[in-house]
Each structure stands twice: as C-alpha cells, then as structure tokens.
Design a protein around this ligand. Structure first.
Ligand code: LLP
Length: 474
C-alpha cells in the first residue's frame, strides 16, 4: 500500500484523506486522523460518528477520544498480514506501555492479540481485564509476556503465579527465577531471553533500545554463557529469543537486519540443545504525526519482517519459529485524538502568537520530552481557511510546555475546540498531575456512541494519596 501523497492543507477538511475503498484497507499508522473521521453539517469534526464538540460538552475538556474502528483495524491488519506473509505460526502482542487500561485491553483481546507488559501494574491491569472478560487462567497465561530490565522479586512472583512468559533481561533475573520457582513449587517457568542486537536505527536517542550501549537485554557476547546456564536449569523452559531496537522507526532495514541476527542466535541456542521455537522481533513501526512523516504501512512492515525471518531461517537451516511482534504505537497511536478548549491568546508582533489550551505537558508529555511534532485542526470549524501560524501552548507553569510550535490554523477564539491528532500512544500512559491538573477523561467512540473508558480525575482524586500527619494540624 502506498502512502497518500502529502499536500499543504488549506482547511481542516484537507486532513481527511478520503478513501473510496473504505476504512478496512487503509493502514491506520499512515493516517493522521482516525479512519472514521468525518465532517458533519455543523462543520464539526466527527470521529466514530460522534461530534467532537458535543463530546467535549458532555465529557469535559481536555478529552481523549479513542476510535474503536481504527484500533481494531490496526489489530486485524497486523494479525491477518502475518498470516498472509509468514509461513509459520505468528502472534501479535500489544505493547501495553503505549496505553494500558481495562477497556483498551478488552478491545485488543477481542481481536485475539496478546499483551506485552512491563510492570506489576500493567500486568495487574491486563490480568484484571481478561479475567473480567471470562478468559481462563490458562488463556491469560498464554496471552501475556512480561518485560522489564529491573523486575522486582514481587513482580516476578506475580508473573510466575499468573504463569505468563517472562522475558528475561539480565543475569540477576536469570538466576533469581529458578530460586523463586523452587520456593513457589513451580515445575517450569516459560521464558524468552532478551538480547541487545547492536542495530542502529534513526529515531530519538531516548527511544532507541537495540544499540549495544543500552540498559536493556543481555550483551550478545554473553550468549553462549547464557545458553549453557539455561541448559542446566530444569526449571527454565526457554522458548526463544527477543529483541527490540527502538520506536517510531520508518525504515524497514533495521528489522530485516534484526531478523537475520536473531535467527543466527537461535541456531547457536540449538547447538546447546535448546529448541527455542519462538522469535520475538519487538515493536517499533512508526506512525504519521505530521504531513511530512512517511512510515511504511503495517502490511509493508509485516511483509518485510516475515520475509526476512523466513530467508534467514532458510540460510541458517533453522525451522521456522513462532514469530511474535509487539507493536504499541502503530496499533493505537493513530486511533486517538485529544480535544482541547482554546483559552487565552498572546500576540507578540512580528514574533509569535501563542494560543493556550486547557491541557498540555501533563496529558501529552511527548513534545517537551522528545520534541515530538503533532498536527492540529480546529474541530468546530473544519472548513475555515487556514491563515495563521501559531504556537499552541499548554497551561503549565513551564515555558517549555508547548504542544505544537508553528501550527497552521484558521482564526481561533476562546471556546473553540482544537483537536490534536495521533495521541493514542504514550500520552495517557505517560500523563502526570504536574501543577495538580487532573488527568483528562477518555471515551471510546464507535457508530455514534461514546462510552467512558477513563473517568476524569477530580480535585479530590488529586489529594487521595496525600497524608496530613496529626502533628501538623495543631
Ligand atoms: N517492545 C519493547 C520491548 C519496547 O520497549 C517497546 C517500546 C515496544 C515493544 C513498543 O514499541 P512501539 O511499537 O510502540 O514503537 N515513550 C516513547 C516511546 C518509548 C517506547 C518504549 N518501548 C515515546 O513516546 O515515543
């Protein structure tokens, strides 16, 4: 599939990439707005058949609006394209660090994906959602993979009790698990080994993980020592290998190179008598945040990865492993927008116009953390002519709290609704209460219906964990 060519938008309407073949065939990660985006007769943006201005009136502002169809489409595309292009077994697991909540888990589980969790909290959230949905303990165990470079003993016990696969990151963990297995009277613990492949990719330094100088995973120089240790441990059921090279990646070559390296390592493992039937290639496919971004489609990425693994297996004489991919951003990023209400405005002649909204770095810390770029539309005047370049500022007491520098917008007024796109991944999950701003609500929209999936925090929620010792009261 080819990305829609970018043109400079003149109105909000230009952001809606009309596609006569319907939502199912478009790759969500290449779309700025969710696939169901539409403009209604009031000139308002609609998502999932819901008018965003009305949603803000009903649920408050700022508001995360998650489009169920876009999320499900991305899940299905990953799953179906692996079935099309990979000749062995495959499993897609959602990197829940992108957005972990009960409803998100529920939607993704019904698309038959598994889950990558990285903390006791994400594990708990996923397990709770799956249990409430009626999954058996065995099904839950098979769906979850537990990551982390410093899992606590309590977290490891939690994972062992659930029975999920633990992705072992380092020697401390590798040596702790057999002891815990013995204490908890568990026969065998399913594990994967995470390695640092030393593959460079072009993304922000903080979100690169596969280069050699990384806190994650075993150094490949240790691989033989790791394999011979595992071969001695009866309680470790080592199923295979894992690597993740980074996030928001637009090139296909790094994952193709990774496939080659991992398959060679599988072969070494087999020389140690380990069967290693699983290969987990990580996540990392990027999404379009701005007109200039041009990520490969989900189909193109899956095809490239599948072919690279099959080719490497043929070259090395290794049977096709079960291939796991663990995308986060490209599953949920483009499915969500954040609606804000415009408040104050400050014009500095010949320099800059600031338009302030009622959220900022607390609901979306990505611009201040990674200088991430976003796109915006005026959600309540979609056909108004874009005629100004402005800076969209948050409301936090911090000069760097800028959501978009040099945004292209029509004239705006206090009370207007600004809609920032592509906020499904690493926004709510990284949100904070900085300046004691309550975190926004989130709604799941589909077919004209909006369901609350996260309640807006109240001021009382903000002080719920505060303690006021008696001695301070007198
Ligand atoms: N697997 C592992 C082991 C990971 O560490 C990650 C992301 C993923 C999968 C999912 O990667 P994705 O498909 O979402 O690119 N907070 C940063 C992103 C950090 C990503 C961390 N690891 C951001 O907002 O850009």
């Amino acid at each position: 599939m080819i990305a829609t060519p970018s043109t400079t938008p003149h109105t909000g309407q230009d952001y809606l990439q009309k596609n006569p073949t319907g939502t199912e065939t478009r790759s969500p990660n290449q779309s700025l707005l969710p696939l169901t985006a539409n403009i209604n007769s009031r000139d308002n943006l609609e998502i999932g058949g819901c008018d965003l201005k009305t949603l803000v009136e009903q649920f408050g502002s700022p508001l995360y609006i998650l489009d169920e169809i876009t999320l499900r489409t991305a899940c299905r595309q990953y799953r179906d394209f692996f079935q099309t292009y990979y000749q062995g077994e495959s499993q897609v697991i959602y990197a829940s660090k992108a957005w972990s909540s009960l409803a998100v888990v529920a939607v993704i589980a019904t698309e038959d994906l598994g889950f990558d969790v990285v903390s006791g909290g994400e594990l708990h959230t996923t397990q709770k959602a799956l249990t409430q949905m009626g999954y058996s303990n065995q099904e839950i165990a098979q769906k979850i993979y537990f990551h982390g470079n410093n899992k606590s003993v309590a977290e490891l016990k939690q994972a062992i009790e659930i029975g999920c696969t633990i992705i072992v990151d380092n020697w401390v963990e590798l040596q702790t698990i057999p002891q815990l297995a013995q204490n908890l009277s568990q026969q065998t613990i399913p594990i994967l080994i995470r390695l640092t492949p030393g593959i460079e990719c072009h993304t922000h330094d903080y979100i690169r993980t596969g280069h050699l100088d990384s806190k994650f995973g075993f150094d490949p120089n240790q691989i033989e020592a790791v394999f011979s240790y595992i071969a001695e441990q009866k309680s470790l059921d080592c199923r295979g290998l894992h690597a993740h090279i980074g996030s928001q990646i637009f090139e296909r070559q790094p994952h193709q190179d990774l496939a080659g390296v991992l398959v060679e390592w599988l072969k070494i493992g087999q020389e140690y008598g380990l069967t290693l039937p699983v290969l987990n290639i990580g996540g990392g496919l990027g999404i379009r945040y701005t007109e200039e971004d041009d990520p490969p489609s989900i189909e193109e990425w899956v095809k490239a990865v599948s072919e690279a693994v099959m080719k490497a297996c043929q070259r090395c004489g290794v049977p096709l492993p079960k291939l796991i991919a663990e995308p986060g951003r490209s599953l949920i990023g483009s499915a969500c927008v954040t609606a804000y209400t415009v408040g104050s405005q400050k014009e500095i002649p010949e320099l800059r116009t600031y338009i302030a909204v009622d959220g900022g770095m607390s609901d979306n810390p990505r611009p201040i953390t990674y200088q991430s770029a976003y796109s915006v539309v005026l959600g309540n005047k979609m056909s108004a002519q874009i005629n100004q370049t402005v800076t969209i500022a948050g409301k936090h007491c911090e000069s760097g709290d800028i959501l978009i520098k040099d945004a292209q917008l029509p004239q705006t007024h206090p009370g207007d609704i600004l809609v920032i796109m592509g906020t499904g991944a690493y926004n709510y999950s990284m949100a904070s209460n900085y300046n004691r701003l309550p975190r926004p609500a989130a709604v799941l929209v589909n077919n004209g219906e909006a369901n609350l999936i996260l309640r807006r925090e109240t001021y009382d929620d903000l002080i719920r964990q505060d303690c006021l010792p008696q001695k301070l009261l007198s």
